[in-house]
Design a protein around this ligand. Sequence first.
Ligand SMILES: N[C@@H](CCC(=O)N[C@@H](CS)C(=O)NCC(=O)O)C(=O)O
Length: 220
Amino acid sequence: MIRLHDVELSGNCYKVRLFAALAGIPLERCPVDLAAGEHRTPQFLALNPWAQVPVLVDGDLVLRDSQAILVYLASRHGDPGWWPDDAASQGRIVQWLSASAGEIQSGPASARLVEKFGYDLDKADALRRSARLLERVDAHLACHEWLELGRPTIADCAVFPYVAWAHEGSVDLKPFPAVRAWIARVQSLPGFLSAPGIQHAHDRAGDGHCSLQIKSKTEP
Ligand SMILES: N[C@@H](CCC(=O)N[C@@H](CS)C(=O)NCC(=O)O)C(=O)O
């Protein structure tokens, strides 16, 4: 059985759980108690010297970093649609994996760290970055049903958690109707796995008027 060293409220862990659920890949979850410092114990550091979750263990392979884990799981255990083997498709998807580890971490994920977990980070900066990021993502999703390739891929799984949790960092998604419509589409995928605090479309204020309006389709 593939093991995931995991924290329920971590968006990086949720990316992996979400993809595994959607792709029908069974995972054994091994909860890590960050508050108790379990990620700094010798046992955990032997698995991941970077002292971070998630960590995936599949046989002899030990992998850290949610993006790396998504690529591995999709390549090794997933249907090819999630991570096609042609270079152009992979490049398109990696654009979003990079955003997930970059702009999303310094935007909505950081705002949530301040608001929900009391981290000493620059909240105003995180909110500015969130607005800039969401404007770009919203413009993209206004004319694309999914982030790339016209279908769900690991790009959607990488971006979903911290965008869907944006409200936990006081990042308002109301100005971004295409983002809200995409969240609802991800939530309606067969096998979708939720997480604590993820709101459903009908719970989000203003979503009654949020229908999908794709302006043009540019996917190949
Ligand atoms: N690039 C890594 C970042 C992992 C990461 O920052 N994990 C956080 C939880 S979301 C963590 O383990 N934090 C513990 C700490 O930094 O002390 C990934 O995408 O998995």
